[in-house]
Each structure stands twice: as C-alpha cells, then as structure tokens.
Design a protein around this ligand. Structure first.
Ligand code: GLV
Ligand code: MN
Ligand code: MN
Ligand code: MN
Length: 412
C-alpha cells in the first residue's frame, strides 16, 4: 500500500485547468468546446503536447478517443485506466470533464516527477463527445468503444447542420487508426465534479460514487401544418408548438410523480420555419428522463410514448418519437469503490457515498472494466452552466484521491 506522503502538485494542477479553460473561453467565464470542432481540436492538441512532454505514448482510436500510456514494470499486468472528457456543453463550465482529464495528467506528472515506476501500466483517456449536445447521444466515444453503438451507425449521425460524425472526425484529423473497442484493463477511475448540491450542502470534500442513475432519451418531431396566424380559426389549426408545449407539461408531470428522485427535461426545441405570424407546422425537441432505479425508467419508457401520442393525436398533429438510448442504473465495482473510499480515508478527507445524477463515460467503461468514480463538490451545485465553479483545494483533494487510488491499484 502506498503512503500518503507522495503528493500531487495542486498549483500545477490548477494552472493546467486554467490553461485548458482558455481554449473556448466564453465572456461569462465558461467554456464552449463543442465536440469535434476547431476548438476541440485545439484542446486535443494541448493535451497531446502535455502528454508527450512526459514521454507518454498517445494512441487514438477510430472514434477519436485518446489514450496516453505510461508503461509499468511488469509487462504481463493489465493497465489501470483513468480519464474523462475535454468536450463541453455549448455554454459549459471549466471543470465538467476537464477536471478528470487534467487530474489524470497531474497523476502522470507526479509519477514522472517522483520517478515512480508502477507495476502495471497506467493509461489516461480523453473520451470523444461525452456531452452529446452536438450529435444527440451523450457518451458517444465511450459508447462505441464499449459496443453500445455500432461504429458505422455513429459515423452516420449528423449535427443540426448535417455534418456527420465521420466527417467531423476527419475534418479535425481526430480519426485514429486503432479500433474503438474494449481492451483488457485492470480498472478505470474517473474524477468529476458532482454537478449537484449534495457534497457542498453536507460539507464533504470527496464523494465516493457507488453507481450512476438510469436514463432514457428521445428525439421528438411533431407535425402540424404551417398556416396564417390571422386567418386560421381554432377549428382549422394544427399547431405543432401547442402540442409540444402540452407534451413538455406531461414530462414535468411524469417527473414529479417520482418525487425528489425524478428528473424529466426538454432541453432543446426547434420551431421549423419559425415566424411570429405563422401557426407552427413542425416542432422538433429532445426529451429525457432519469431516476436512480432502472425499473422507474423502464416504466416511464413504456408509458410516455403512449401518453404523448394521445396528446398529439387529440391536437391532430402526429408525433414521431425516436428512442435514442435507455441506460439502466449502473453500479460501480465494489473493489474499486473500496479503493476510493480507503484512499480518501488515508488522506483524511471527509466523504460520503453518492449516486451520480449525471451520465459519465465511466458508465459504459464499467460494462467491461472494474470501475469507480470520485466526485468533488462544486459551487451551488451548478453545472452545465458557465458559472460552474470549484475551489483549487477541492480539485487538489479529488486529484490526490485519484493519485492514491491509481497507485494502490497499479501496485497491488
Ligand atoms: C452529461 O453531461 C449528462 O447529461 O449527464
Ligand atoms: Mn462530464
Ligand atoms: Mn456535462
Ligand atoms: Mn456529462
């Protein structure tokens, strides 16, 4: 077991977090680093440069997932993995994703600086398109890697401008030669901000993440009829936006039926050919629900399409609903969770067990590799917001736990 006298460098960590946040910086202090854009390309290049300074070998797979490897002493040992994502929401914060990647870099730097040769190799991963805000599926890179989505299908997904994933990868030179599929690994650890208020509210420094909640996502299209706003009487209207509004109210109602555990969101909506004096003839929107229990999400997945269709049909505007994915509750590996808990205790941090409300690449990695996550608090529980904020000491504590967990596993 490693001692706790070996420490990561909190200032170096923070400086690199701020250096990454310069790439795609927004006027309000956040980050816009949408997946597979020129800004993402710059982020990837900076990350690669930092890795190569440490003599890490960087390989890239067909989905643009980046793997930076540090060899261990024992060539027969499977690698210990860590990572997260450098892409952001359209108006995201500095830390969602970037913390886990830059913390992993700080772990690599510390191993390098202290001349520590681990028994097992260690790999640091930057997953492509964790956020899903451009191509519609979150956890895209890790999802293809894990075999959840066929690569050919993912290559064909397009953004709102019709640019496919395959073309976007090619355009920024992010498509690598290695196949995007699981390889044998000993463990995966992902550090992330909590993105919710629990740790801050309870004054805990570290969250020991035991699993992630279930979710289901759809694309919805309501088709009515464009018509003149001034001449079309109520009896002749086929107002697609009115239907969408009623379905949004249904999402809220179904969420609230699950009390404090329910989540239901329509976060994106487009009125096609919108004009203030046209009755909307076509509306497109996203729908997602989340809940800690798979059974609750399965019940919603069974009931929502029917209830939404009834609303649409009653308004004479048919609904086309496409389920994008249903993710069951994903428990993390008790052994890896135990390593995180022990590392936090050895370091003297206050902790609490927590279930992740957000999706993370760790959810898909956990299907083939023993996995755990570490959470740090974030200010006012705010995330997917430019005002997302954490303290340097919080980043340092989470990274210290990541370092100790990786070291314990790689030298066991
Ligand atoms: C990813 O950011 C999610 O929606 O949980
Ligand atoms: Mn994230
Ligand atoms: Mn996010
Ligand atoms: Mn996320």
């Amino acid at each position: 077991m490693s001692g706790t006298n070996q420490r990561i460098d909190g200032k170096r960590l923070w400086d690199s977090l701020m250096a990454m946040a310069e790439i795609g910086a927004t006027p309000k202090g956040g980050v816009r680093r949408l997946t597979l854009t020129d800004v993402d390309k710059d982020g990837r290049a900076r990350f690669r440069g930092w890795c190569e300074t440490l003599d890490l070998k960087v390989r890239v797979d067909a989905m643009g997932n980046m793997f930076a490897r540090r060899e261990g002493r024992d060539p027969t040992r499977l690698p210990v993995l860590m990572g997260s994502h450098l892409d952001s929401q359209p108006t995201g914060g500095k830390f969602d994703g970037a913390l886990g990647v830059i913390a992993g870099l700080e772990v690599m730097r510390t191993l390098h600086e202290l001349n520590i040769q681990t028994e097992a190799p260690v790999e640091l991963i930057n997953w492509t398109d964790e956020e899903g805000s451009r191509f519609g599926r979150s956890l895209m890179g890790s999802g293809v890697w894990a075999g959840v989505y066929p690569q050919d299908a993912a290559y064909g997904w397009a953004d709102i401008d019709g640019v496919t994933v395959s073309d976007a990868l090619d355009r920024i030179g992010a498509k690598g030669e290695h196949p995007a599929k699981p390889f044998p690994a000993d463990a995966y650890f992902e550090l992330h901000i909590e993105q919710g208020p629990i740790l801050e509210r309870e004054g805990k420094q570290v969250g020991v993440v035991t699993g992630a909640q279930a979710q289901v996502w759809w694309d919805a299209v309501v088709t009515g009829q464009d018509a003149h706003a001034g001449t079309t009487p109520p009896s002749a209207r086929k107002d697609a936006l009115l239907t969408a509004a009623r379905i949004i109210a249904l999402v809220d109602e179904m969420m609230r039926a699950h009390g404090d555990d329910g989540r239901g969101t329509v976060g994106w909506l487009q009125v096609v050919n919108a004009s203030r004096n046209v009755v909307p003839g076509e509306v497109r929107f996203s729908v997602e629900f989340r809940h800690p229990e798979t059974a609750a999400i399965e019940a919603i997945a069974a009931a929502f399409p029917q209830r939404a269709a009834e609303i649409a049909n009653a308004n004479r505007t048919p609904l086309d609903l496409k389920e994008l994915f249903l993710l069951p509750h994903q428990p993390f590996d008790p052994g890896c969770v135990g390593i995180v808990r022990e590392a936090s205790a050895r370091l003297g941090y206050t902790t609490r067990d927590i279930i992740s409300g957000a999706g993370h690449d760790a959810v898909y990695v956990a299907r083939s590799v023993p996995t755990a996550m570490i959470f740090t608090p974030c200010k006012d529980g705010l995330s997917h917001n430019e005002a997302e904020s954490i303290e340097p000491e919080e980043a340092e504590a989470g990274t210290q736990v990541l370092f100790q967990a990786v070291l314990a596993r790689a030298n066991r």
